[in-house]
Design a protein around this ligand. Structure first.
Ligand SMILES: *[C@@H]1O[C@H](CO)[C@@H](O)[C@H](O)[C@H]1NC(C)=O
Ligand SMILES: *[C@@H]1O[C@H](CO)[C@@H](O)[C@H](O)[C@H]1NC(C)=O
Ligand SMILES: *[C@@H]1O[C@H](CO)[C@@H](O)[C@H](O)[C@H]1NC(C)=O
Ligand SMILES: *[C@@H]1O[C@H](CO)[C@@H](O)[C@H](O)[C@H]1NC(C)=O
Ligand SMILES: *[C@@H]1O[C@H](CO)[C@@H](O)[C@H](O)[C@H]1NC(C)=O
Ligand SMILES: *[C@@H]1O[C@H](CO)[C@@H](O)[C@H](O)[C@H]1NC(C)=O
Ligand SMILES: *[C@@H]1O[C@H](CO)[C@@H](O)[C@H](O)[C@H]1NC(C)=O
Ligand SMILES: *[C@@H]1O[C@H](CO)[C@@H](O)[C@H](O)[C@H]1NC(C)=O
Length: 656
């Protein structure tokens, strides 16, 4: 009965939504089809604009002017909401791992048992190992039978799952997954071959997804203070080269753009990523001990609608561990797995970073660690882990990790969807992720020219492709047997240790206009006839994408969009070196979606001589793109099935 009530309620809600939507659409199409809604109208806080005079720039050359907005600008403040850390467990962890002589041991903290229960407790552990079936090579794990142990047991596999129950009642009181850096034969071989005289620097990537430079300043003040106080260097003009994580990380590790990456390393074909010329493989072949760990198994960089790797892509591959943690009871936050069992998914990655770098600190390592769980979906959520991230960076410092490491602490892009994306700061922030570098202690002394070049590049336009060149440059600077090759997508990109051309344009840096922040945009009221031709143009563009059967789309699958409202129309500022002007439009459609498109025109705008580059999706498409698999198409396809379902629910109510 209860359930039936819920369903009826749901029907009523759906009907209401359908009704209101239809009425709104009717009203909009009759009364509002040409009216421009200026976003500024929504923001009527009675504060003075403080930076009206004398705009400041992060990069300021004739070919590139990137505006320096206040992290707490009026627009940004509207969306700012302080958040606190939330613990995933009421008690301290009942189990922990110790390491002695490279032997990892899982322990039960007997003293803590009374905190969990007054009864007797028994614990058992299972081995967790990677399992590679052909249909799902990178997302399967095997969990062995659970073997009882008394207080400690050695860890001999990728990870272990531990469960503790009250002995009599068999009632579960605790469950967790642990991993620990073990020295395998392969790693020992690398260690044996390490030339201790060479003092090769380790390379450590610490990534947090979807955090812009400005949102980093807003939401991670403790971490910011740490990196700033310790002289880490940032690149103010670091501009992403494409929409999301995969292309931006592929640009760093292969120098390819998205389309080339799909040709050479097609992540949809199992085995192709294994053969991909990723620079961390190169480092591995040159004797570096490698690691890759990322939280959020489902949306991991190489696995979200992709096949991932058949062979473990690193000496320490933490995916089996993460997949095992996701089998524990989870607490979601904004659609992410904030808690996996008694720990936050974010802290699990932070702990991996410590374990890997500190255990192997005497040897050259190349580690990539990426976090999504507290940053991907909500712009304020990074605050929750700010202090934990700072404490981790501090602990690495206390263990001497920075002495001989190049640390690259970065994000891939800013927040890609949500209300802030309709503001100027949201547009800019999406394109300018945060990035900081910490150099080996003797780098400045050893390579003064390179270091100075880096300093001079901080206020230039830079891209992930430059990072690709930089990682290769390191190999050469430290005299490894390696020959540099140019970035395929950006042949003119250079290492950050070389002098980057001051007068650099987005074209020079292989950044498409849609992602380019070199010229700002100003809200402009356009002629109604221009609106009409723009509507037709963008509807056609979207239709071209969603009807493309070679990506798995098609008219039978994806609905055809109609523009119902332009949220904003902005014109690009002029840069003298080029003649074209760009229109940045964001608009709402029926079926309900919000898009942003950069459209180029030459000559008179009323002639409608438009061309466009990429199209961003500004609202979440999670619920209605399930009929297609392609990660790219998912951003655009509104599945007809889900539309029909909503329509039928509506009709049902009408006729009942
Ligand atoms: C393994 O343990 C021994 C003894 O503590 C230590 O000397 C050695 O450096 C360790 N090896 C690694 C790779 O950590
Ligand atoms: C886990 O694997 C190790 C090594 O293969 C083995 O000695 C141990 O018995 C296994 N433990 C369980 C619970 O299966
Ligand atoms: C590493 O070197 C040690 C001592 O020279 C040797 O006993 C061991 O077999 C080597 N291990 C590997 C995996 O090569
Ligand atoms: C720091 O690194 C330098 C150069 O690699 C080395 O000579 C020095 O001993 C290291 N210091 C510490 C505290 O590890
Ligand atoms: C350098 O690498 C090349 C190709 O990988 C190899 O043929 C050559 O022997 C190496 N040189 C040295 C000095 O190791
Ligand atoms: C991607 O890079 C290739 C060169 O590898 C280039 O031919 C192609 O035009 C680029 N694609 C885009 C969309 O920029
Ligand atoms: C690279 O730079 C050279 C010299 O400035 C220029 O002629 C060439 O067009 C550039 N290539 C690309 C792909 O931007
Ligand atoms: C359709 O998709 C394929 C890639 O899957 C692409 O090569 C082609 O250009 C697309 N066609 C259109 C009209 O966008």
């Amino acid at each position: 009965m209860q359930e039936f009530g819920c369903t009826a309620n749901l029907h009523r809600k759906i009907f209401f939504v359908v009704f209101v939507t239809s009425v709104s659409i009717l009203m909009i199409s009759y009364y509002d089809s040409t009216k421009l809604i200026n976003t500024q109208m929504f923001f009527t806080t009675p504060e003075n604009e403080s930076t009206n005079n004398g705009t400041k720039y992060l990069v300021s050359t004739s070919k590139c002017k990137i505006v320096d907005l206040d992290p707490f600008s009026k627009d940004a403040k509207r969306y700012f909401k302080p958040l606190k850390y939330k613990s995933c467990s009421q008690h301290r962890l009942l189990t922990y791992v110790t390491k002695e002589d490279n032997i990892s041991t899982l322990n039960v903290d007997k003293d803590l048992i009374p905190v969990y229960t007054s009864k007797d407790v028994k614990c058992c552990y299972s081995n967790v190992t990677r399992f590679v079936p052909t249909n799902n090579p990178d997302s399967s794990i095997k969990i062995s039978d659970c073997k009882t142990f008394s207080s400690k047991v050695q860890i001999l596999t990728d990870a272990v799952l531990v469960k503790c129950t009250e002995s009599r009642a068999d009632k579960k009181i605790y469950e967790n997954v642990h991993t620990s850096v073990r020295i395998t034969d392969e790693v020992q071989k690398k260690i044996n071959n390490t030339d201790n005289g060479a003092k090769l620097p380790s390379v450590l990537f610490i990534g947090i997804d979807s955090i812009s430079r400005l949102n980093f300043l807003r939401t991670m003040p403790d971490t910011y203070k740490y990196v700033n106080d310790h002289g880490w260097l940032t690149l103010d003009g670091y501009n992403k080269m494409d929409d999301n994580t995969f292309p931006n990380l592929m640009a760093i590790f292969t120098g390819y753009n998205q389309s080339r990456a799909y040709e050479v390393c097609n992540p949809k074909v199992a085995g192709m990523l294994d053969e991909c010329p990723l620079l961390w493989f190169t480092y591995g072949k040159l004797g570096y001990i490698t690691a890759y760990g990322e939280d959020e198994g489902a949306i991991s960089t190489f696995n979200y609608n992709k096949k991932g790797f058949i062979k473990p892509p690193a000496d320490y591959y933490y995916r089996p561990y993460i997949l095992a943690t996701e089998k524990l009871p989870k607490t979601g936050l904004n659609g992410m797995n904030y808690c996996t069992g008694p720990e936050t998914a974010g802290e699990r990655i932070l702990n991996l970073i410590k374990d890997f770098t500190i255990t192997l600190k005497d040897y050259p390592t190349f580690g990539i660690f990426w976090m999504n769980s507290f940053s991907h979906n909500e712009i304020n959520s990074p605050m929750m882990l700010d202090n934990k991230v700072k404490l981790t960076l501090e602990e690495l410092g206390n263990n001497g990790i920075y002495n001989n490491s190049l640390v690259i602490f970065l994000s891939d892009h800013g927040m890609r969807f949500g209300d802030i994306r309709l503001t100027e700061t949201g547009w800019l922030e999406e394109r300018l992720p945060f990035i900081y570098f910490s150099f080996p202690a003797d780098f400045k002394e050893k390579f003064p020219t390179e270091y100075n070049n880096f300093l001079n590049n901080r206020n230039k336009l830079t891209t992930p492709y430059d990072l690709y060149m930089t990682l290769q440059n390191i190999l050469v600077l430290y005299k490894m047997n390696y020959t540099v090759s140019g970035s395929d997508a950006c042949p003119n990109c250079t290492s950050l240790f070389a002098e980057i051309e001051t007068e650099r344009s987005c074209e020079d840096a292989a950044i498409e206009q849609h992602w380019c922040t070199c010229a700002g945009y100003t809200e402009t009221i356009l002629d109604p006839t221009v609106h009409k031709s723009l509507s037709t143009f963008v509807e056609e563009k979207l239709h071209q994408i969603t009807s493309n059967t070679s990506r798995g789309g098609g008219d039978g699958k994806c609905a055809k969009y109609i523009v119902v409202e332009f949220i904003s129309t902005r014109l690009s500022h002029k840069l003298t070196y080029k003649s074209s002007t760009y229109i940045l439009v964001s608009f709402k459609t029926e079926p309900k979606a919000v898009f942003e498109m950069t459209i180029k025109y030459d000559g008179d705008i009323r002639l409608g001589n438009f061309t466009s580059s990429d199209i961003s999706r500004l609202d979440s498409y999670n619920g209605h793109s399930k009929c297609v698999d392609d990660a790219f198409l998912k951003k655009y396809c509104y599945c007809i099935k889900s539309r029909e379902r909503i329509f039928l629910y509506g009709m049902l109510i009408v006729f009942l």
